[in-house]
Design a protein around this ligand. Structure first.
Ligand code: NAG
Ligand code: NAG
Ligand code: NAG
Ligand code: NAG
Length: 446
C-alpha cells in the first residue's frame, strides 16, 4: 500500500493534506463549493437526500481492480506491498493481489490500536510525531496484524487484507463508477470501529467514544444529531432500520431520539414503499443489516454480492420512483476533531490515547443524482474554513446538508470538512440507467 492513499489527516487543525491554497478552485460545473451560486443551485435541485453507510471496506479492497482512468487504486497505481514483518521492513514482502472470493471470514482488526499497527507498524505511535508531520503512516502493518490476530499464513493474510475484486465481480459498483461520481479521497472520521464512526457521521463528533461501548446499545448518547436538528427545523426524516434487531439503528444511539422520535425509525422495507410511491422524507438515513452470513452491509463475512443487491434495490427504487429528479443519493462506508480523548489497551499490553485529531481509512463513496457529472472521479475538496485542499470525509455530508438546509456547523470538524454541493450541476441528465447491473455470486471465502 502507499502512503498517499491515507494521508496524515488532521481533522481539526485544518493543517492540511494538500498545502495548496485553493479557494478559487472551480468544480466540474465552473462554480466552487460553498459559493452563492453553488448553494442556490443545490437548494434548487435537491429536495430529498438518501444516505447509506455500508460497513468495513476500504477503497482498494472494493475498487482496487476497476480500471477506470483517474481512480487512485491498485490496478492504476499499484501494486502496494507489505513486509511480512514490520520489524524487518527490508525482508520478504507480499503485494496486493486479485482475490477471487466473495467475502473474507476474518474481519481485519479495526480497533484504534489495531489500526495503529496497520498504519504505523506499532500499537503506540507518537501522537506528537504524527501531529508535527514527522511520522507518516507507512501502511506496512496490515499483513502482520492479520496473520498474527488469526494465526494464519502471511499469504492468506495478504489475500484477506490486500485483496481486491475484479470488475467482473462487482458489476453493480462498476456501473456506479461509470455513471455517477466516485470520490478518490473520502475518509472515515476515526481510525477506529463502527459506532464511533457512525456517531461522527451523523453528529459531527465521536464524542470521545473509541469503541462500540454500551452507550450505543442503550440510547445513552446525549449530543445533538442530524435527526434532532432536522426535527427542530421541521425537516422530515426517517431512519430506515435494516438491522433486524441485531443492534439499535443509528438514530437510536441518542437519548433525544429515543425520547422524542422513536416513530421515525421504521422498517427498511418502508424505504422501498416510500421511494416507489414518492413519499420519501427530506432525509432518508438507511441502516443495512450486519454483520455475518447473508447480511448486506458488506461487513466481513457478509458477501459483497449481497451488498450489491442492496445498492441495486435502493438505486432502482429511487431511480424509477417519482422523486428521482430531486434526490441526492450518497453511498459510503462507516470506516476502514474533538477535544476529548480515548484510551485503549493494545494486544501487546501497552496503552494508547487517541486525541481524535486524525482521520481513518479511505473508503469507497459515490454521489448519485441526475445532476452529477457522468463518470466523474473527484479528488480533493476544499476545507471551507481555511480554503486549503483537503480530503473529503464522513462529516462532509453534514457540511453539505448545512448548505442545503441552512444548518449551523455541528462541530469544528464539520466546519473544516469539504462539502460536495458543487458536484451538483445545473441540468439533469436524461440518460441515467433505469436499473443497475445485476450482481452475481462468485466463489466463497476460503
Ligand atoms: C516531532 O515530534 C517528535 C515526537 O515528540 C519529536 O521527537 C520531533 O523532534 C518533532 N519534530 C519536529 C520537527 O517538531
Ligand atoms: C439525555 O440524557 C441526559 C444525561 O443523562 C439528560 O440530562 C437529558 O435530559 C436527556 N435528554 C432527553 C431528551 O431525555
Ligand atoms: C457468500 O455467498 C455464497 C453464495 O454465493 C454463499 O454460499 C456463502 O455462504 C456466502 N458467504 C458468506 C461468508 O456470506
Ligand atoms: C472542549 O471543548 C468544549 C467546547 O468547545 C469546551 O467547553 C471545553 O472546555 C474543551 N475542553 C478541553 C479539555 O479543551
Amino acid at each position: 500500500m502507499k502512503a498517499n492513499t491515507l494521508l496524515p489527516l488532521l481533522g481539526l487543525s485544518g493543517s492540511a493534506v494538500g498545502a495548496v491554497v485553493n479557494r478559487n478552485n472551480q468544480g466540474p460545473f465552473g462554480y466552487a463549493s460553498g459559493s452563492k451560486q453553488s448553494i442556490a443551485n443545490l437548494k434548487d435541485k435537491v429536495e430529498n437526500v438518501v444516505w447509506i453507510l455500508l460497513e468495513n471496506r476500504g477503497f482498494d479492497n472494493i475498487l482496487g481492480g476497476v480500471h477506470k482512468k483517474g481512480l487512485d487504486n491498485v490496478v492504476n497505481n499499484g501494486p502496494f506491498c507489505n513486509p511480512v514483518s514490520v520489524s524487518a521492513p527490508n525482508g520478504q514482502k507480499i503485494c496486493s493481489q486479485f482475490k477471487d472470493f466473495d467475502s473474507v471470514i476474518h474481519d481485519p482488526d479495526h480497533s484504534v490500536t489495531g489500526v495503529n499497527f496497520e498504519l504505523y507498524g506499532t500499537y503506540n505511535p507518537s501522537n506528537d510525531a504524527i501531529a508535527n508531520g514527522t511520522l507518516k503512516p507507512s501502511l506496512d502493518g496490515f499483513v502482520e496484524r492479520q496473520a498474527d490476530r488469526y494465526k494464519i499464513s502471511s499469504q492468506l493474510a495478504t489475500e484477506e487484507v490486500m485483496g481486491y475484486y475484479s470488475e467482473d465481480e462487482i458489476p453493480t459498483l462498476v456501473n456506479l463508477v461509470d455513471e455517477f461520481t466516485t470520490f478518490n479521497y473520502w475518509h472515515s472520521c476515526v481510525p477506529g470501529p463502527t459506532n464511533p464512526n457512525r456517531l461522527c457521521a451523523i453528529a459531527g463528533t465521536a464524542d470521545g467514544h473509541g469503541s462500540n461501548d454500551n452507550d450505543f446499545d442503550v440510547s445513552a448518547i446525549d449530543i445533538p444529531s442530524i435527526f434532532q436538528v432536522a426535527s427542530e427545523k421541521g425537516i422530515s426524516w426517517k431512519n430506515y432500520d435494516g438491522t433486524n434487531g441485531a443492534f439499535l439503528s443509528d438514530a437510536l444511539f441518542f437519548n433525544w431520539t429515543a425520547a422524542n422520535a422513536k416513530s421515525s425509525v421504521v422498517p427498511f422495507e418502508n424505504f422501498y414503499q416510500d421511494a416507489y410511491l414518492g413519499t420519501l422524507p427530506k432525509l432518508s438515513y438507511l441502516n443495512p443489516s450486519c454483520c455475518g452470513l447473508d447480511t448486506n452491509s458488506m461487513h466481513p463475512s457478509g458477501n459483497v454480492s449481497t451488498g450489491q443487491v442492496l445498492l441495486k434495490q435502493i438505486y432502482d427504487a429511487v431511480r424509477t420512483g417519482p422523486q428521482w429528479d430531486k434526490t441526492l443519493l450518497l453511498i459510503t462506508f462507516d470506516e476502514t476533531g474533538d477535544n476529548k480523548t480515548y484510551t485503549e489497551k493494545a494486544t501487546d499490553g501497552s496503552t494508547y490515547t487517541l486525541n481524535f485529531d486524525r482521520l481513518g481509512g479511505r473508503m469507497p463513496t459515490w454521489l448519485v443524482s441526475p445532476y452529477t457529472p457522468q463518470g466523474h472521479i473527484e479528488n480533493f475538496g476544499i476545507d471551507p474554513a481555511t480554503g486549503k485542499s483537503a480530503s473529503y470525509s464522513a462529516t462532509s455530508v453534514l457540511k453539505t446538508l448545512g448548505y442545503l438546509w441552512d444548518l449551523q456547523d455541528f462541530t469544528p470538524r464539520v466546519s473544516h470538512s469539504p462539502a460536495f454541493d458543487h458536484l451538483i450541476g445545473p441540468n439533469a441528465r436524461r440518460n441515467t440507467p433505469t436499473t443497475l447491473a445485476n450482481p452475481h455470486p462468485f466463489p466463497e471465502a476460503v
